[in-house]
Every structure is written in structure tokens, then in C-alpha cells.
Design a protein around this ligand. Structure first.
Ligand SMILES: Cc1cc2nc3c(=O)[nH]c(=O)nc-3n(C[C@H](O)[C@H](O)[C@H](O)COP(=O)(O)O)c2cc1C
Length: 346
């Protein structure tokens, strides 16, 4: 007897009905337009820019506006802002929407000194009333769904995510992403999904879990059992975008797709590099793309020599040579492994 395909879990963010509860996380230096395009192609339900400073947006600073590029013909995407002044955040949210963002998210989790030193990111989240004032101003300023992404709290002694989530739901925020670590944990240790579940219990709006989202069966169980309404994939997809396809496919069908073999993993990375070239032009794309190439060849035989080539990567011919050599060399006994990445901005 054939098993019935599992019901696809729905995820609605305000007026938006998402095709999958598997999203990709905003990541500085990663989630540019080509990355978002690839993620949607692989089945992500929603994608987002990296965090963009609200003050820079209202001052029309070119580099920040470039991050708020939503090319026509590419799947809809949200924008993420960081800042702490209600009027500035509201004005920046309007700019995001004018430029094509379909949601506006607020970064309440960034741990880096430059950001928290100005009272933004994880520092803003310490003050529930001040955070609610920022989000209220943004909700009033735009017609698209306004969402927020927070950590559990500043440190283990000051966990306030459930209280903060309730306050934000009260001012009209339509979904909350919770990274299950505190600011003081940075990216170390395991994310605490019991604490994420406490946020889910505290509010009636969708809660999306973040933190070590890599194990496909765990992703499925947490969504199907209602621990969270969705997940965002972050470091788990670095060097392995296929995880997005595997997770979204599993949630849609109940079927577990195999991991890619090494040659197919490299072919996917080559495709991503091609998209980067089309968007940024070859020189910039190769500079941005070096990290993806290095991540995709992790565990390869003779990796040290290839890594040196990646550092000098300056032409598409050289890119293809690196990939050809990697495929011929094949994987060493350890197999492919995910790059260790213990810092970030969010
Ligand atoms: C390189 C890097 C950049 C990040 N940039 C952002 C960001 O711009 N905004 C944000 O909300 N979170 C950011 N984050 C945090 C991720 O979105 C995610 O919440 C975090 O990495 C936890 O998930 P993981 O354990 O699956 O990696 C960043 C993380 C990394 C590693």
C-alpha cells in the first residue's frame, strides 16, 4: 500500500503564503541576490537580504542601497534592517518597500561590538519597550509584513525572548525568527531549541527557529510536531546549498533526497559562481566567490594545493581548472565536511 504524502505544512507571514516552511537566514556577505535566487530555485519559502544599516539607507548611501537590490524576474525577497531609532527605522523600511522588498525584518540579534555599541541588534532587544516602539513605527509605516529576528536574550541570566516576542506580536509584527543562542554565546555551543519552543508557546504568530539547522530529520520533526512553524538554514548551507532542496523537498513530500556526490556538489557551486558573475561581473564575483569554492572542495585530496589556487583565483578559466582538478582528485577518507564558521553579524 502506498503511503499518503504528508500534508505540506503551511507557513503564512502576514498576507504572504509561503511555498515552504524552510527559509534561508539573512547572512552578511552571503545572501546577495544570486544566493537568494539559487535558494528559491532550490525550494526556499522566503529569502532575505543581509542586515542593512537603517541610517545608511535613509542617507541613501550607495553601498547600502546596493544591498537592497531586488532584481526583476528573481523571486520575491525580504529586507533586513538594523538600527534603533523608530523614525529612522520607519523611513528605512519605506525605502526597502519602494525598492521591492516583500517583507521587512529587524535584526535584534547581531552580537558584534560595532552594532551593539550603538544600541542596535542584540543590545536593542534587552529593552522590550524600546524595541516595541521601533517595531510599532515600522508596522505603521509600511503595508508589507514586518518581522523580527532575535536571540534568546543577552546572556543566560537575562533570557527575554518570550516576553519580547509577545510585545512585538502586540504591536503588529507578523512572524518572529528566534536564534536559540544568547548574545554572549555568539555562535558557540549548541542552539537551545527548548527555549525556542518557549517562544512558540508565548505567541500566536508564526515562530521560525534558527540555530544548527542541518539535520534533515530534526528539521522535519520540529516543524511537523509544531515546535516551530518554520526554520531558517544558515551555516548549514555554506558549501552545501543542496541542504535547502533536501529540507524543502522532505517537508513537501516526506521523501529524503540523497546527499550530492562530490562532482554534483561542485557542479552546483559552479552554477552559483555563474550566477554571481552574471550579477556582479567577473572580477567582483570571483572575489566574492572564493569562499564558496573553498567550502565546496572541503575534504578533497590535495586540498592544500587547491586552496592556494583558490586564494589566487582571478579568472573563470582558473575557476574551471580548480574544479576539474578537485573532481579528478576526489574526496579523501574523511569525505566532504562543513566549514567551521564561528563568527558572523547576526
Ligand atoms: C556569516 C554570518 C552572517 C550572518 N549575518 C546575519 C545577518 O545579517 N542578520 C541576521 O539576522 N543574522 C545573521 N547571521 C545569523 C544567522 O542568520 C543565524 O541566525 C545563525 O548563524 C544561527 O544559525 P546556524 O547555527 O544554523 O548557523 C549571520 C550568521 C553568519 C554565520
Amino acid at each position: 500500500m502506498a503511503l499518503a504524502a504528508p500534508v505540506r505544512p503551511a507557513l503564512r507571514v502576514g498576507s504572504l503564503e509561503l511555498s515552504s516552511p524552510v527559509l534561508i537566514a539573512p547572512m552578511v556577505g552571503i545572501t546577495d541576490a544570486p544566493c537568494r535566487e539559487l535558494a528559491v530555485e532550490l525550494g526556499a519559502g522566503l529569502v532575505c537580504t543581509e542586515m542593512v544599516a537603517s541610517e545608511a539607507v535613509v542617507r541613501s548611501q550607495e553601498a547600502s542601497l546596493q544591498l537592497l537590490d531586488f532584481p526583476a524576474g528573481v523571486a520575491p525577497a525580504g529586507a533586513q534592517l538594523v538600527g534603533c531609532d523608530p523614525a529612522v527605522m520607519a523611513a528605512a523600511a519605506q525605502v526597502c518597500v519602494e525598492r521591492g522588498a516583500v517583507t521587512v525584518d529587524v535584526n535584534l540579534g547581531c552580537p558584534v561590538k560595532k552594532v551593539v555599541g550603538r544600541g542596535s541588534g542584540a543590545a536593542l532587544a534587552r529593552d522590550v519597550r524600546a524595541t516595541a516602539a521601533v517595531l510599532r513605527a515600522m508596522v505603521d509605516a509600511v503595508d508589507v509584513p514586518v518581522t523580527a529576528k532575535m536571540r534568546l536574550g543577552w546572556d543566560a541570566q537575562t533570557i527575554n525572548a518570550p516576553e519580547l516576542a509577545r510585545a512585538l506580536a502586540d504591536v503588529g509584527v507578523t512572524a518572529i525568527t528566534v536564534h536559540g543562542r544568547t548574545r554572549c554565546q555568539g555562535y558557540a555551543g549548541e542552539a537551545d531549541w527548548l527555549e525556542i519552543a518557549r517562544v512558540k508557546d508565548a505567541v500566536d504568530i508564526p515562530v521560525i527557529g534558527s540555530g544548527d539547522v542541518e539535520d534533515l530529520r530534526l528539521i522535519e520533526r520540529r516543524i511537523r510536531s509544531g515546535v516551530v512553524d518554520g526554520v531558517v538554514i544558515a551555516r548549514g548551507m555554506l558549501g552545501n546549498f543542496w541542504l535547502v532542496r533536501q529540507a524543502s523537498h522532505l517537508l513537501a513530500t516526506g521523501e529524503l533526497l540523497d546527499d550530492l556526490d562530490f562532482a554534483a556538489r561542485i557542479a552546483l557551486c559552479r552554477r552559483h559562481l555563474g550566477m554571481l558573475v552574471a550579477y556582479h561581473g567577473p572580477q567582483r564575483a570571483l572575489r566574492i566567490g572564493r569562499k564558496y569554492v573553498a567550502w565546496s572542495i572541503k575534504g578533497c585530496n590535495g586540498a592544500a594545493r587547491l586552496r592556494a589556487m583558490v586564494q589566487d583565483l582571478d579568472s573563470l578559466d582558473m575557476l574551471d581548472t580548480i574544479f576539474e582538478r578537485a573532481v579528478v582528485a576526489g574526496l579523501g577518507p574523511q569525505g566532504w565536511y562543513r566549514p567551521v564558521f564561528t563568527s558572523g553579524e547576526g
